[in-house]
Design a binder for this molecule. Structure first.
Ligand SMILES: *[C@@H]1O[C@H](CO)[C@@H](O)[C@H](O)[C@H]1NC(C)=O
Ligand SMILES: *[C@@H]1O[C@H](CO)[C@@H](O)[C@H](O)[C@H]1NC(C)=O
Ligand SMILES: *[C@@H]1O[C@H](CO)[C@@H](O)[C@H](O)[C@H]1NC(C)=O
Length: 366
């Protein structure tokens, strides 16, 4: 049965690959799905071009024990049905769009709705479910990296115009992972907002929950989200005096029972990152006291969604591990949620020829 499902999954991938052969490949060429490693000493990363996903990040703890700190799946076939967004780049519009609808230049656009009445992460077949072209892969040496490319086509999930999307994962320094995304509107005005949706557990994926991790966020305000996780009121409020306040380091679990993200207990909150918009600046620091592993995230984006895996429920993960609620946390830097429906938020509209840049740097330590 499992084998049959896997073959079916692979058949779907081939179909998906042949449906849009225009994306940079020569006539008749098939885009193959693969797994690509980047390595710098005992720091290593795996990426697949299916959804431009980060599949693993391995580094030691203070005693030299290696662990993979990224939640995910063992095989590409299992990512085909992944509803949790394990590790992908999401787009063309990451996060939610109310009613999957917006108006641009007087025209109404309807997106595929895949989250109740709303659209999430670009629709039913957003960037996370597409096959990207591997432009360059350098596995080792001074600056191991991989660059992936996807041509998002006019009408994709209801969105206007062609967009060229690139992501580069690069081990730019010891225990440092840079993620550089860009998008170019080629021929029509369109919204563009990408994010990287990785679940982290610094104790190692599958090593229980992350409630004991210490978190510090460089964010004094948040966009108020309603029960559908939409910023329907458009209000931005201080985190001071709320369980969302991580300006001073605190355990993720310290106040989590008092937080409702949508309809689930746990964090699914949208923070406005402090500091100059468009500049690289610190966003978050997290540390697992038990292993001593820590990460620091820098990015150039205005907001960050903190999500604590509130919906895991005996979810099958890598290596036979089972992920339960709070098994990982996501630090999703991006633009404002549902900016297409909120003129009070910074615009995400690109005019033809305009380029979007999203840079993230993760510094790991132990
Ligand atoms: C979707 O909208 C309809 C009509 O407003 C409403 O009845 C329904 O409950 C909504 N569904 C969800 C999942 O929110
Ligand atoms: C986008 O990134 C790719 C890969 O790093 C790079 O080759 C390309 O020049 C970038 N595009 C723009 C418009 O900056
Ligand atoms: C988890 O799944 C089980 C079985 O599908 C269900 O009975 C239970 O209510 C779920 N728990 C949560 C917290 O959603």
């Amino acid at each position: 049965m499992a084998r049959r499902e896997m073959l079916l999954g692979l058949a779907l991938l081939c179909l998906a690959a042949s449906a849009h052969p225009a994306a940079g490949a020569g006539a008749g060429a098939r885009k193959m799905v693969g797994v690509y490693e980047l390595r710098k000493g005992d720091f290593s990363v795996k990426v697949t071009n299916f959804g431009a996903r980060l599949m693993s990040v391995v580094f030691p703890d203070s005693e030299g024990n290696l662990a993979d700190v990224v939640l995910g799946k063992d095989t590409i076939a299992e990512y085909v049905d992944d509803d949790f967004y394990f590790g992908p780049i999401t787009g063309r519009i990451a996060q939610r769009v109310a009613r999957g609808r917006f108006v641009l230049d007087g025209k109404v656009y309807h997106m595929y709705r895949n989250d109740g009445n709303n659209t999430i992460h670009g629709g039913g077949r957003g960037f996370s479910k597409t096959i990207w072209t591997v432009k360059e892969h350098v596995a080792g040496g001074e600056s191991p990296h991989i660059t992936l490319y996807y041509r998002s086509f006019d009408g994709e999930q209801g969105l206007p115009g062609n967009v060229d999307a690139y992501v580069t994962y690069r081990l730019s320094a010891p225990y440092t992972l840079g993620v550089h995304m860009n998008g170019t509107a080629l021929d029509r005005a369109t919204p563009v907002n990408f994010l990287l949706h990785v679940y982290w557990n610094l104790g190692g994926h599958g090593a229980g929950d992350v409630l004991g991790h210490t978190l510090r966020l460089f964010a004094s305000r948040h966009a108020v989200l309603d029960e559908e996780l939409l910023p329907s009121s458009g209000r931005v409020e201080p985190v001071a005096g709320t369980p969302l306040d991580f300006r001073a380091p605190a355990a993720i679990g310290a106040r989590i029972r008092r937080v409702v993200g949508g309809r689930a207990v746990g964090y699914d909150a949208n923070y406005i990152v402090d500091g100059g918009e468009g500049e690289m600046r610190p966003v978050a620091r997290a540390r697992d006291g038990a292993s001593g592993r820590a990460l620091e995230l820098w990015a150039n984006q205005p907001t960050m969604q903190l999500y604590t895996g509130n919906n895991f429920n005996r979810t099958r993960g890598k290596g036979g591990r089972v992920y339960e609620r709070y098994a990982g946390f996501c630090l999703e830097t991006m633009g404002y949620v549902d900016a297409v429906n909120h003129p009070e938020f910074p615009s995400q509209i690109l005019r033809p020829g305009q380029v979007y840049h999203h840079d993230m740097v993760f510094k790991f330590s132990f």
